[in-house]
Design a binder for this molecule. Sequence first.
Ligand SMILES: [Zn+2]
Length: 500
Amino acid sequence: MKTPVRSIARSSCLCALVLLLALPVLPQSRLQSPLERSGFTRLTSYDTLQTFLGTLNGRGRCTVGRLAQTHNGRNVSSVLVTSSPHFGEDALKLRVMLFAQQHGDEPSGKEALTMLLAKIANHELDTILSHVDLMIVPQMNPDGAELRQRRTADSIDLNRNHLILTSPEPKGLHDLFARWQPQVTMDIHEYGPYSESWSDSGFIKAADVQLGMLTNLNSSEELRTYQRRSVYPSLAEAMREKGYLFQEYIVGSPGDLIRYSTTEPNDGRQSFGILNTLSFIQEGRGGRTLEDRLERRARSQLASIEALLAFCAGHAGDIKSLVDRERLRLSHSAGKPVVLCMDHFRGAGRLAIPVVTVPSGRDSVWQITNLHDTVKAIVTRDLPMAYVIPGGLTSLRELLDRHHVQYEVLSSEQKVSASAYLIDAVVPDTLEDEWHPKPSMRIETREVVLHPGDIMVSTSQVHSLFLAILLEPESMWGLVKYPAYNFLLQSKVYPILRVP
Ligand SMILES: [Zn+2]
């Protein structure tokens, strides 16, 4: 006879086994970002970030690569994220590129993207990843970050280097963009709320996050409308639900004028926008120090990023077809007007923003009284069929290569009818508060002989409007305002020809 004790022991053993089998397989312990592990007290250093990215590589979904090497020899890392077997192979998925900390003293975007990567590793974003492939660059400027400064170690403002791409970090970012052609991009920054120009007027800006959309008139009107009418309201609602203050990105001050940010295609937003990308800039509220209020800064940036991703996942098909259509349109732009100079004017729009009043410290809302919310064209030209660049201008050819522009190098002499700008004078001018050279010119069309080695750049490509902005002598954001290229305006005949 079996003793009851043994029988009980055996049956309880069995029960335990059955229970064990019935339990779900325990997931790996929840991965936390380095900032979360520190209880939101310590910024993630370059070395800690590299170690964290190394642990991601082993968790599937994430492939870590090197985008560039900095002046001081650090790596700029990129992470490709997909729930498909291989990144980019599912043509139905939308591709979204997120990058942060071009300015080394604006760390909260990097912390937010690192928290996002931890969530991805913990399978908390699986619904989004079934519609979206992600390209994430958490730290564009590791040298500046380690030095706790805006610029790189060699004193470059990376967010003013997207036109000439002479620094490896933005060059690497544009290479990544060219490789995968993401339909949506977001450049993540921080703004300083404590400027004197605001506090002297009695306000401190209070929004946790400001979202900037495309402002350059050459980027697709349909994309700009979609940003303003569809994307922005969705993010604003999501942020309100999560208890964060959110507004459109504005610059200027109460005592002067307030407008939307620059139209310059030289930053992380407009440089992709001009290729008809649904491109954004996000500005989180900075602190009094880099560590000040770090948890709220990182969490609010993350909340807005997640709201954007949720919107993208819910509208992946719409966004893909919209961007594809608008990009295709760029290849058929010859003969259509390109805006070479533009500026901000007072329009009919109204904007109320969250502020803290000074000196009472009360939360309030300020109805902006001096809003210049309308961008208007000042100089336009028709886009030619092609530009011709003399073969001797090798620095220009290298610049086109950095942007992955397609062109033909002539192998034999050719006669074409082309237009040349004859420059009478060049005077300094100011638009959008910035200097640029303004030539007065005549245009002359004649038969010209092109030589072997000359470069013919067709505008039947996605870079069509970018080329006009880059190469036209009247372009307020063109090459002629860069010291390395202002020789272009120094001869009587502008050396780059137009093929009408
Ligand atoms: Zn910035």
